[in-house]
Write a protein that binds this ligand. Structure first.
Ligand SMILES: NC(=O)C1=CN([C@@H]2O[C@H](COP(=O)(O)OP(=O)(O)OC[C@H]3O[C@@H](n4cnc5c(N)ncnc54)[C@H](O)[C@@H]3O)[C@@H](O)[C@H]2O)C=CC1
Ligand SMILES: O=C(O)C1=N[C@H](C(=O)O)C[C@H](O)C1
Length: 250
């Protein structure tokens, strides 16, 4: 059983994680974290997240009030909040699953370094299928890296703050790790329109032929399911830096 705190329960992703975690018997939500001044501070997180029922855990506006009671904090919110959560998790030696995207290189480094002290995962995409896609891309990059012009297109809701998406960047990093391509050799295109839940397409353009590897999310539940599996995995494995590949066993 892993005891978790969920940040930003009114947010799209964290609300879905509340719902997915409540459906499992290996995760217990002990509390939530919301911005100071909101009307749901001190209220049940089930109501704050829109479940329509209480689950017996409250939303706090100060993580240190609840941190002692959890094993791990899960946060899919904003860069600023994620960095605050990181420092509290390190101080109290608690696990941290960070699904937020849009970090600077320096922030990214600090997040990854925390794996030396606590159970840590920074995953731009917790969908199983996207992580299988990433693996397939690695194979394609090894074989076609020197033959193809590679372009990555990410399609997201018009409210998304960062571009390219965190996933597009991670897919690009996989290609650079498995071929002689550098990030600047890959063309990134970001479309932000309507309320699409997210698509990623990687194009390998060759002479006389081309290949596309794509993923389309129809809703955000795939990310919430993957996040729940990741939390259980991290709690079972203790301090260390983990990836979704570890969770899936790829
Ligand atoms: N790793 C993955 O698989 C996925 C990652 N994401 C990432 O998750 C992040 C959030 O995405 P959404 O849920 O769509 O955004 P959202 O805008 O629906 O939710 C963000 C929430 O954070 C809250 N927040 C901001 N500052 C806060 C603070 N100081 N204290 C408490 N709460 C605070 C806001 O009130 C808002 O409710 C983005 O970076 C997105 O890219 C989204 C989907 C999947
Ligand atoms: O909708 C989003 O925002 C998403 N963000 C992540 C990213 O930046 O890659 C993961 C997924 O693409 C959805």
């Amino acid at each position: 059983m892993v005891n978790i705190v969920i940040t930003a329960p009114r947010g799209h992703m964290d609300g879905l994680i509340v719902k997915a975690a409540c459906e499992r018997d290996d995760i217990r939500i002990v509390g939530g974290l919301g911005p100071a001044g909101r009307d749901y501070i001190g209220k049940d997180i089930g109501l704050a997240a829109g479940l329509g029922r209480e689950i017996g855990a409250l939303v706090y506006d100060d993580l240190t009030e609840i941190i002692d009671r959890c094993d791990l904090v899960v946060d899919f919110s904003r860069v600023e909040l994620s960095m605050e959560v990181l420092s509290v998790c390190k101080k109290y030696k608690k696990g941290f699953l960070c699904g937020t995207t849009g970090f600077s290189a320096e922030q990214e480094k600090a997040l990854l370094a925390a794996g030396k002290e606590i159970p840590m995962m920074k995953a731009a995409n917790t969908s199983y299928v996207v992580n299988v896609m990433r693996k397939l891309l690695g194979i394609a990059a090894e074989a076609l890296g020197d033959k193809a012009k590679i372009e990555i297109i990410d399609l997201h809701s018009q409210n998304k703050l960062d571009a390219p998406s965190g996933t597009a960047l991670e897919l690009g990093e996989e290609i650079t790790a498995r071929s002689d391509k550098k990030m600047e050799d890959i063309a990134f295109h970001s479309v932000r329109a309507g309320d699409t839940p997210s698509s990623h397409k990687v194009i390998f353009g060759c002479m006389g032929e081309m290949m596309e590897i794509s993923h389309h999310a129809y809703n955000w539940e795939c990310y919430a399911r993957g996040a729940c599996d990741a939390m259980v995995y991290m709690a079972e494995h203790g301090p260390g830096l983990y990836t979704m590949e570890d969770v899936i066993g790829l």
